[in-house]
Design a protein. Structure first.
Length: 568
């Protein structure tokens, strides 16, 4: 005897309990990662009055209805068997206006009521656990629906294009399919705790939506979840949210207030694309990356705070944010993506902390910057980084010369590059712009070299930040790195042939000896000598090296003598 035949001898309540047990085992075994499946048919279709049905492992599945369309009441049993499913396409495109499902119904199948454009009321019973894909798609007259507390899953496009104006999703729901309520007329949505993630486009195009309550255990907002919800003005995201999917709020032009949760890690690509109304934004220190075009063309954004934690700012992340006048990037930022701040036409000031290694292609093009300080950490400055920045006049470089891409600066600007003494790789010209030495007051010098940031308690002129025996002021005078104990103006015991000029590699006379010291090309140094510490010093040599190590040839002294090197 087959499985289906055995089911015919079970009582109706046995059938329901058996099915619930099987479905519960499936739910917990698979973690609700996909849509449920209608139990397989056990025989050919049969007819009973206005209903065509088949027998499944769980009971009767209605597959077709041909009766009156007003106030339909689906019976709990047909031919002595329990009705447990409304099958695929059972009422599709019918003139149905209202319907009540029996208390034994567990499953509503794919396209079951799709495009029932006159349907205004439906009663969903407990223990209903599943609404299938496209089940109520296009039910434009259905403005309200009460979802039972037993419901566990709603499939893709379940209510897409329906006329629903308000919605409460019970805590029993663990799976909400893609585009489940896309294009509905919803004005308010309440998602009770239960869902931890919501699939893509769930409420996309709900242009009337003004109020949303999200569950307090939600961790992921799906891609384009609220895309095009132009009526949404404010939203509170639960602290549990760690990921905002790509395009989640894209085109929410009315969104003016938003607080990002303190556990947020990722802001996806185009997450807030063209949110014109957004005025102020604080990105918490939990965020590590800001995606491509994340805040692209948020033209109303005037206040941006990035907490220390963000490492990567994606390409075009803030492009077109014309209201931004000043931005400070935290020291955690390593990479600024291509065109990241392009067309921020009001941007006059940006502060880059030491830590940034790469500025991408066109990152600050078409901004109003007049000057910028590039940090010591910068290694790569992308092509066209400052193109159309015609007001840019001063570029201050705190580190060694970075790699310059093509056309970094606009040819119409009068930008001059300034470098710090003690840094390397500079000539008279870089990226087609003139290069000059950057002369600073002590406070500017200490900030540019990172003394204030890295050694806040040892940043005064008389302090020795790197504990190399020279005060900060002496290092400033000597043009050495105050944060590196190996960088100091002092004699060196050994020659570094690769860092010496050809002249300084020649053989010494027997009557001579050599003094070697670390040098800055273009700087002038004096070698002083005395025959007793505490005595007067006299100049024995003056030199202007062209290399990073200099040899000074001196006659061998008859007795003990002391020497020192100073910057002129």
């Amino acid at each position: 005897m087959g499985c289906a035949a055995r089911l015919l001898f079970m009582t109706p309540i046995d059938i329901v309990l058996n099915y619930l047990l099987q479905r519960a085992q499936s739910v917990f075994a698979h973690g609700l990662i996909g849509l449920f499946l209608l139990p397989p048919f056990a025989g050919n279709a049969a007819q009973s009055g206005d209903y065509t049905y088949v027998v499944t492992e769980s009971g009767v599945a209605i597959t077709k209805y041909s009766g009156p369309v007003d106030n339909v009441v689906v019976p709990g049993t047909i031919d002595g068997m329990v009705v447990t499913s409304i099958g695929d396409q059972a009422f599709q495109e019918s003139g149905l206006t209202s319907i009540s499902l029996p208390n034994s119904a567990l499953y509503i199948g794919t396209l079951a009521f799709s495009y029932c454009t006159k349907l205004t009321r439906i009663t969903l019973p407990a223990p209903l656990i599943e609404i299938g894909t496209f089940a109520f798609q296009g039910c434009v007259s259905l403005t309200n629906i009460a979802l039972p507390d037993t419901l566990a899953s709603m499939g893709h496009y379940a209510f897409c294009g329906a006329g629903l104006t308000s919605l409460v999703v019970p805590r029993s729901v663990k799976y909400l399919g893609r585009s489940a309520f896309e294009g509905c007329r919803l004005r308010s949505v309440t998602l009770v705790s239960g869902l931890t993630s919501i699939n893509a486009c769930a409420f996309q195009g709900c242009t009337s939506l003004t109020s949303v309550t999200l569950p307090n255990n939600l961790t992921t907002l799906g891609e384009r979840m609220f895309n095009g919800c132009v009526g949404l003005t404010s939203l509170t995201l639960p602290t549990s949210v760690t990921n905002i999917g790509g395009g989640a709020f894209s085109g929410c032009v009315g969104l003016t207030q938003l607080t990002l949760p303190t556990n947020l890690i990722t802001i996806g690509d185009a997450a807030f694309y063209k949110c014109y109304g957004l005025q102020s934004l604080t990105v918490p220190n939990s965020v590590r990356s800001i995606g491509y075009q994340a805040f692209y063309y948020c033209g109303g954004l005037t206040n941006l705070t990035l907490a220390d934690g963000v490492t990567d700012i994606g390409g075009r992340a803030f492009a077109g944010c014309k209201g931004l006048a000043s931005v400070t990037l935290p020291k955690s930022v390593i990479t600024i993506g291509g065109w990241a701040f392009k067309d921020c036409t009001g941007l006059k000031s940006i502060t880059l902390a030491n830590g940034v290694t790469t500025i991408g292609w066109g990152a600050f093009s078409s901004t109003a910057l007049t000057s910028i300080t590039l940090p010591r950490s910068l290694a790569n400055l992308g092509s066209y980084a400052f193109t159309y920045c015609t007001a840019l006049t001063s570029v201050y470089c705190a580190g060694n010369a970075p790699w310059f891409g093509e056309g970094v600066f606009d040819p119409r600007s009068n930008a001059v590059i300034y470098y710090l003494a003690g840094t390397t790789g500079w000539g008279s010209c870089a990226a087609d712009r003139p290069v000059r030495e950057w002369h600073l007051f002590y406070s500017q010098w200490a900030e540019a070299w990172g003394v204030v940031e890295e050694y806040p308690t040892a940043a005064q002129p008389q302090d020795d930040a790197d504990q190399d025996g020279l005060t900060n002021l002496q290092e400033m005078t000597a043009a050495t790195d105050p944060t590196n104990p190996r960088s100091r103006l002092a004699f060196e015991a050994l020659a570094r042939p690769n860092d010496l000029s050809a002249e300084d590699r020649t053989v010494l006379d027997e009557s001579e000896f050599a003094l070697y010291f670390q040098s800055i090309p273009g700087k002038t140094y004096e070698i002083l000598s005395t025959d007793a510490l505490g005595g007067s010093w006299s100049t024995v040599a003056t030199t202007t090296p062209t290399t990073t190590q200099k040899r000074v040839r001196l006659p061998k002294p008859a007795g003990t003598r002391f020497y020192r090197v100073v910057v002129r």
